[in-house]
Design a protein around this ligand. Structure first.
Ligand SMILES: Cc1cc2nc3c(=O)[nH]c(=O)nc-3n(C[C@H](O)[C@H](O)[C@H](O)COP(=O)(O)OP(=O)(O)OC[C@H]3O[C@@H](n4cnc5c(N)ncnc54)[C@H](O)[C@@H]3O)c2cc1C
Length: 385
């Protein structure tokens, strides 16, 4: 049994592992020049805190030992879902089943295309290496986007002695994970470390004059910068799959077995869309990669299919001076935020309730009881504070 996996990230590598474990033959296509790497670590890579070799998902030997045919710099440009034929670098190859694991890419604001050497998205290893080179001698950095990667980059910038501004369009940072109270505590911590945080503002343009960048804000202010990094969201490129006749929306539509709309074709990780797009997560991508592999093999051997859980994974970040954790929903209509500790010193713990049902938990500067609360989402909340 020969299975083609398109995309060698967290989902694709895990799918390859489970196919080879079950005696299947795998070709794993990657459009990148590096061994598959841990994507969240691209922020560390950008700030020169790790080498590319230190962030690989598996060493080179692992692929060879398992006879996984990893093809780097081999972008798939066309697929035929009926014959399971893949075209890459002009060569066609036929498989018994296909697994789509191409992930997502950075949402590119118009000024990224205009000044590609000066305005760089935080996403891929090759961009991080470019950021690393550009940071040498840079004194002022602007980060567009106050989500987890933006704040992580801001923390490393300050440690490197770089002046940093973060521009966030939402009224508070990390709006996808935090309500206003916890986000306010986080913002205070960042400001105490010297981060120039501009919330409720958006960037209208980036201008370059005599080698100097001006980041223009909607209120007319300009922030002087040597380099601009963007981290404002994700997009999924479904064009090849839609052209092939698969059902797509924001991603490739799959069922609970990771099956796409054509028999023998599966999708997993960021490119897969079940009921709606879940917050991206390496844990979820690996779980879906495993599910896609097991179900692809089962389809070919006539074995039973295994459903894959559709769940939201908690998000955690720990750094010497900043720590935050979030699970479930941050706020919303019909939801009440209950703050059960805000010590004014940078520690905040809160829960989000719908009636007495626990819908979210958020912590800054502490993770006391976080795991228990995250595991209790969807159940009645019992106050132990
Ligand atoms: C900066 C950043 C920080 C993050 N931080 C966290 C975090 O702290 N915790 C967390 O859980 N998640 C985090 N995420 C999200 C997490 O990295 C993703 O959810 C995860 O990588 C998804 O895995 P995937 O295998 O679906 O896609 P990816 O890991 O993105 O891999 C997809 C691969 O497919 C390749 N590809 C695309 N098209 C083709 C093609 N046509 N042919 C061949 N190859 C192709 C891509 O280049 C890529 O190498 C972060 C993401 C980013 C960008």
């Amino acid at each position: 049994m020969r299975i083609g996996i398109i995309g060698a990230g967290h989902a694709g590598v895990e799918a390859a592992r489970h196919i080879s474990d079950r005696g299947g033959e795998v070709v794993l296509y990657s459009d990148e020049p590096f061994l598959p790497y841990v994507r969240p670590r691209v922020v560390l890579l950008a700030f020169g805190r790790v080498d590319i070799d230190a962030i690989t998902v598996r060493p080179d030997r692992w692929y060879r030992d398992r006879q996984i045919d990893l093809r780097l710099e081999c972008p798939v440009t066309h697929i035929d879902v009926h014959t399971k034929t893949v075209t890459a670098k002009g060569q066609q190859e036929r498989f018994d089943a296909l697994i789509l694991a191409t992930g997502a890419g950075p949402l590119l604001l118009p000024f990224v295309q205009k000044l590609p050497d000066d305005v760089i998205p935080i996403w891929r290893a090759r961009d991080s290496l470019a950021i690393q080179r550009r940071l040498e001698g840079a004194g002022h950095l602007t980060i567009v986007g106050g989500g987890i990667s933006g704040l992580e980059a801001a923390a490393y910038s300050r440690e490197a002695g770089v002046e940093v501004a973060v521009v966030e369009k939402a009224p508070h940072v990390m709006a996808l994970q935090f309500g206003p109270t916890a986000a306010g505590v986080l913002a205070r911590r960042l400001r105490d470390q010297g981060v120039d945080l501009r919330t409720g503002r958006f960037v209208t343009d980036v201008l370059k004059n005599d080698g100097e960048l001006s980041v223009m804000l909607d209120n007319g202010e300009a922030i002087r910068s040597d380099l601009v990094l963007t981290t404002v969201g994700a997009v999924r490129d479904t064009a090849v799959f839609a052209q092939a006749g698969l059902r797509t929306d924001k991603g490739v539509i799959v069922d609970e077995y990771q099956r796409a709309s054509e028999a023998g074709v599966f999708a997993c990780g960021d490119i897969a869309q079940r009921n709606h797009i879940r917050t991206a997560s390496i844990v979820l991508a690996a779980e879906q990669g495993r599910g896609a592999a097991i179900n692809a093999m089962a389809t070919l051997t006539g074995g039973p299919l295994e459903p894959v859980a559709d769940r939201t994974i908690p998000l955690s970040f720990r750094h010497d001076r900043i720590e935050f954790h979030s699970a479930g929903v941050p706020a919303g209509p019909g939801l009440e935020e209950k703050v059960f500790s805000d010590d004014g010193e940078g520690v905040c713990r809160s829960v989000v309730l719908e009636g007495d049902i626990l819908r979210g938990v958020q912590m800054v500067g502490s993770r006391e009881d976080f795991r228990r609360l995250a595991d209790s989402l969807g159940r009645p909340y019992r106050d132990r504070s």
